[in-house]
Design a protein around this ligand. Structure first.
Ligand code: GH3
Ligand code: MG
Ligand code: MG
Length: 385
C-alpha cells in the first residue's frame, strides 16, 4: 500500500543560546524536571507567604503584642519544616511516596505550625484562624477531596486540643467563651472548604473530559479534512501539501519525484450506462487496486472527479512509471467493480518530472499536458513530459 505521509527532513542542528544566569539559578534551585519544579515552586510560594507572616509576627513582638522568644521558636519550627521538605523534594526522595507532591504532609505541617502559633501569640492569636483557611486553599489545588477531608479533620482536632489547653491554662488571654467561638468558626470553615474541594474536583474532571473529547474531535476533523469521502484516499488539499513538502525537501537535497495524473477513460459512459452509484463503486475499486499495486513509497490521492494524482519519489532502483504500468495490466484483467464483472477500467496517465526549484504548479501543469497528450493519442496509455 502506498504511504501518504513521510517524515520531514531533519533541520540543521542549532546551538542553544545561553539561557542566562537567572534561568541557571532557577534550574539549580528548582531542578529541570517539570514535575519536581512544580512541586518545589508551590513549596517556595508557601514559604514566601509564611516568611511574610513571620515578619508580621516580628512586628507583633516589636509592639509588645506577643513575645519575641515565641516568634523565634515559631520561626525555627517553620525553618525546620521548610529545610526538611525542600531537601526531601530536591533530592528526589519524594518520588518514593505515593503522592510525590507531599501535599498532605505539607498541609498537616503548616496546620501544626499555625496551631503552635495560636498557643504562643497571646492577644493576636485570633488571626491564626485566617491562616488555617489559607493553608486549606493551598491544599485545594493539590489535594484530592479525601485527603483534604483528612487535613480538615486534623485541623479541627488539633485546634480543639490547643484551644482547650489554652483556655484551661491561660484563661486571661484565651477566655473559654471566645475559644468556643473560634473553635466553631474553625470547624465551619473546614467543613465548607472540604465541600468546595469536592465541587472543584468535579469541575476539574469535567474540564478534563471535555478537553479529551475536543482533542479527539479535532483529530477526527483534521483526518476528515485531509481525506476524500468516497474513496478514503488523501484529497486534493492533502496531496497539494504533500507535493509542496516534497518540493521543499528536494530543494534541501531530498529525493527527486514525479507527478502523475491519472484520468479514467470514458468514465461518463459508465455513469450513463450503469448509473451514478455504479460509477462510485468503480472509483472505489480503482482506489483500492491502486493502493495495493503501487510501491510503498508512492502516494496516491483523489484529485477530483475521476482523476487521481500520484506522487512518485525516485527511489533507485526502479522506474517511477513501473507501478502505473503494473496497475494498468492488473485493471485489464479484473472487473471494474464487484457488481460489473465484465467491465474493465482503462485510464490515461500524464507524467512530469519535478525540476529543481520550479513551483509545484508547473510540474502539475506539465503532467496535465502529458495527460491531454495521452488522451489525444487514443487513451489507455501513459505520456511523460
Ligand atoms: P475522458 O476519457 O475524456 O476522460 O472521458 P470521461 O467521460 O472520463 O470524462 P468527462 O470529463 O467527460 O466525464 C467525467 C465524468 O465523471 C463526469 C462526471 O459526472 C463523473 N464523475 C465525477 N465525479 C464523480 C463521482 O464522484 N462519482 C461518479 N459516479 N461520477 C463522477
Ligand atoms: Mg476527467
Ligand atoms: Mg475521464
Amino acid at each position: 500500500m502506498p504511504t501518504t505521509v513521510a517524515a520531514p527532513a531533519p533541520l540543521a542542528p542549532q546551538s542553544d543560546p545561553d539561557p542566562g544566569w537567572l534561568a541557571r539559578l532557577g534550574d539549580a534551585v528548582l531542578t529541570t524536571d517539570s514535575r519536581q519544579r512544580r512541586t518545589l515552586g508551590l513549596l517556595l510560594l508557601a514559604a514566601l507567604v509564611s516568611a511574610t507572616v513571620m515578619l508580621l509576627l516580628g512586628y507583633a513582638a516589636l509592639i509588645g503584642a506577643t513575645e519575641a522568644r515565641h516568634v523565634g521558636w515559631l520561626a525555627a519550627l517553620f525553618g525546620g519544616f521548610m529545610v526538611g521538605f525542600y531537601t526531601t523534594i530536591r533530592s528526589g526522595l519524594n518520588r518514593r511516596f505515593r503522592d510525590p507532591t507531599l501535599a498532605l504532609p505539607q498541609v498537616i505541617s503548616a496546620q501544626t505550625l499555625i496551631a503552635a502559633g495560636y498557643a504562643m501569640t497571646g492577644p493576636v492569636h485570633g488571626a491564626s484562624v485566617i491562616m488555617l483557611a489559607l493553608v486549606m486553599v493551598f491544599g485545594m489545588f493539590s489535594l484530592r477531596p479525601a485527603a483534604l477531608r483528612v487535613a480538615s479533620l486534623y485541623t479541627v482536632a488539633v485546634m480543639g486540643v490547643v484551644m482547650y489547653l489554652c483556655a484551661r491554662h491561660q484563661p486571661a488571654l484565651y477566655p473559654a467563651r471566645l475559644e468556643l467561638f473560634n473553635f466553631t468558626l474553625t470547624a465551619i470553615v473546614m467543613i465548607a472548604i472540604s465541600q468546595l474541594s469536592g465541587q472543584l474536583m468535579n469541575m476539574r474532571t469535567r474540564v478534563k473530559t471535555q478537553k479529551i473529547a475536543l482533542e479527539q474531535a479535532l483529530t477526527h476533523i483534521k483526518e476528515m479534512a485531509a481525506r476524500d469521502e468516497l474513496t478514503g484516499l488523501p484529497n486534493r488539499r492533502r496531496m497539494m501539501t504533500l507535493l509542496q513538502e516534497h518540493a521543499t525537501r528536494h530543494g534541501r537535497g531530498g529525493p527527486r519525484f514525479h507527478v502523475c495524473i491519472i484520468d479514467l477513460d470514458h468514465f461518463k459512459s459508465i455513469n450513463d450506462t450503469y448509473g451514478h452509484a455504479a460509477g462510485d463503486a468503480v472509483l472505489r475499486a480503482f482506489a483500492t487496486q491502486a493502493q495495493q499495486i503501487l510501491r510503498n513509497t508512492d502516494m496516491i490521492g483523489r484529485w477530483g472527479g475521476e482523476e487521481f494524482l500520484l506522487l512518485l519519489p525516485e527511489t533507485p532502483p526502479g522506474d517511477p512509471a513501473l507501478g502505473v504500468a503494473r496497475l494498468r495490466e492488473a485493471l485489464a484483467a479484473m472487473p471494474a467493480s464487484p457488481a460489473l464483472p465484465d467491465l474493465r477500467v482503462r485510464f490515461s496517465a500524464g507524467f512530469a518530472r519535478y525540476e529543481d526549484g520550479e513551483p509545484i504548479d508547473q510540474a502539475i501543469e506539465r503532467a496535465d499536458r502529458a495527460l491531454y497528450a495521452a488522451k489525444s493519442a487514443g487513451r489507455n496509455r501513459s505520456v511523460v513530459l
